[in-house]
Write a protein that binds this ligand. Structure first.
Ligand code: AMP
Ligand code: MG
Length: 514
């Protein structure tokens, strides 16, 4: 069964509109009041624009010139209410590092509502870092400039990579101090997605229903999600089961894509898992430089629960949390288990397709798995740069006569003999399918990006934006954004953005603190 997105209610493109003319359509706020808390944002004094994504603005038909207006900055700092918006903080819960936390929720985010986009699809707009809500627990409701720039850039970079993700419209900064390991300054990032509903949203109402507090809420949430985002599931014999199976499929595809580009999410708690299968909640994420399968990007993750090679299993574990939450609606544990099984098959299938594409293989052979596995071990042992390797591999020629012909890729390995052995088998495999060098290289360069948001690149943009060496300079945020929106293009002049990290980058530490 194919699961298309819901058909757009109208197809005529909207003319680029002004801020106050956005076509609001607030679906989530039509759920009963105990699904959220309505409240305004807490203003930030003297906000300034740090970053803006014209591509994201285009999705909601917003004229990019609007970003130059002080009203734009005021609106996306949370200082100026937008006519038609209905700000609210949603409640959810979730498993954090394997432990159930009965109540989380938007502790520093507000959903402004939905805006009908240029193609008729509705995009929800959410401010992150806009002050305390009833779900803030011990937090201050704020986000720092550093993590907001990272989330802004990575959201748009992920989209450029063709990986499902929440989008980012803008980052606004202010001088208000925010206390983390050091004193930093506040920022608000405006995120966009069809929905911000998480696995944890379902877990919240499952456990509440359990306690007999809100009978029927779980069903209401599931019905809302199905009708708004998975209408095909409504036609299935068991809509809730179809929903679970489809979420399992999307999650499997998503995580396979993360593995393909060497992306570590960092905090795969079940509250950070999107019901739509989007990458959501960018915190201590990282694109791996020198490859290590056991790489842990989050310094707060002492046990390596969310290491790169754990991500596929964790995706499944989180789906079990969602599956458990849906059991009262599905009313059949065996069927639930069977739907969850979808994940493994879909993930294996997605990885198979992905690595064939990454290797430029047009056909399938029984030994291909082995070829991939040996390569992963080789990359791991040699700490070869993940992104540079895959890009360079497209330059390997089938009929190389001397070892030096392989230099661009061979030199990425300390153990050259081990690479030669692998490359010999890869070359033989390419010969068997009569692979043509130029065609294969073109195909590979469409799936193996040249540019990813390496930690040090984000760090350079952050330091300039903070004005560490003098005046604040947001030019690097803009340049990086432009580069990362076209990660598969060569982009002359940007080569340094594709290079290995400098030595100082080894000292960068990312934690949950953001
Ligand atoms: P995260 O790890 O960023 O996904 O956040 C987990 C939970 O903590 C969510 O409920 C967040 O809203 C909340 N949270 C994180 N940071 C803060 C903060 N500074 N103030 C209030 N709530 C926060
Ligand atoms: Mg979160």
């Amino acid at each position: 069964m194919n699961f298309p997105l819901p058909p757009p209610p109208f197809t005529a493109p909207l003319a680029a509109c002004a801020l106050d003319d956005l076509a609001w359509d607030n679906g989530f706020s039509r759920l009963p009041p105990h699904f959220y808390t309505r409240q305004p944002a807490t203003p930030l004094a003297d906000p300034y624009l740090v970053g803006f994504s014209p591509a994201a603005a285009a999705l909601i038909g917003l004229d990019p010139a609007q970003a130059q207006r002080p009203e734009f900055v005021a609106a996306f700092a949370g200082n100026r209410p937008l006519p038609g918006a209905d700000p609210l903080a949603a409640v959810y819960s979730g498993h954090q590092f394997g432990v159930y936390v009965p109540q989380l929720g938007d502790g520093r985010a507000l959903l402004l509502g939905g805006v009908a986009g240029a193609d008729g699809r509705v995009w929800e707009l959410q401010l992150k870092g806009c002050g305390k809500t009833p779900y803030s627990r011990m937090g201050d409701g704020r986000a720092v400039l550093r993590s907001s720039i990272r989330e802004f850039l990575c959201s748009e970079a992920m989209h450029g990579l063709g990986i499902p993700t929440t989008r980012a419209l803008a980052v606004v900064g202010a001088d208000e101090p925010v206390f983390r390991e050091t004193v930093e300054t506040a920022a608000v990032v405006t995120r966009m997605a069809p929905s911000f509903v998480r696995f944890g949203s379902f877990e919240f109402f499952f456990w509440k229903d359990h306690a007999n507090e809100h009978q029927g809420d779980l069903r209401m949430l599931a019905d809302y999600v199905i009708d708004a985002f998975f209408p095909v599931c409504r036609e299935a014999k068991q809509p809730y089961l179809a929903l679970l199976a489809e979420v399992a499929r999307r999650t499997a595809r998503l995580i396979a894509q993360w593995q393909g580009v060497g992306f570590c999410h960092g905090v795969m708690n079940s509250d950070n898992m999107s019901i739509l299968g989007l990458t959501i909640d960018y915190g201590p994420f990282q694109f791996i430089d020198g490859f290590s399968a056991a790489h842990v990007c989050n310094h707060s993750d002492e046990n390596g629960r969310y290491a790169y090679h754990m991500q596929p299993q964790i995706g499944e574990w989180n789906l079990y949390c969602l599956g458990q939450a849906l059991i009262p609606l599905i009313e059949d544990v065996e069927a639930t288990q069977a739907a969850l099984e979808t994940y493994k098959d879909e993930f294996a299938q997605a990885m198979d397709e992905l690595f064939h594409a990454k290797l430029g293989l047009a056909t399938s052979e029984p030994g291909d798995d082995d070829l991939v596995e040996r390569l992963i071990v080789l990359l791991d042992r040699n700490r070869t740069d993940w992104t540079i390797f895959w890009r360079a591999l497209s330059r390997l020629r089938v009929d190389a006569s001397a070892q030096r012909d392989d230099a661009p890729v061979r030199d990425l390995f300390v153990d050259r003999a081990a690479f030669d052995a692998w490359a010999g088998d890869y070359r033989a495999r390419l010969k068997r399918e009569k692979s043509i060098d130029a065609e294969r290289a073109a195909r590979m360069n469409r799936v193996n990006p040249k540019y990813v948001l390496r930690n040090h690149l984000a760090e350079i943009a952050i330091r300039k934006a903070r004005g560490d060496d003098g005046a604040r300079d947001f030019g690097e945020v803009e340049r990086l954004l432009a580069c990362l929106q076209r990660p598969f293009d060569e982009q002359p002049g940007f080569e340094s953005y594709a290079a290995r990290p400098p030595e100082w980058a080894g000292g960068l530490h990312l934690s949950c603190s953001s």
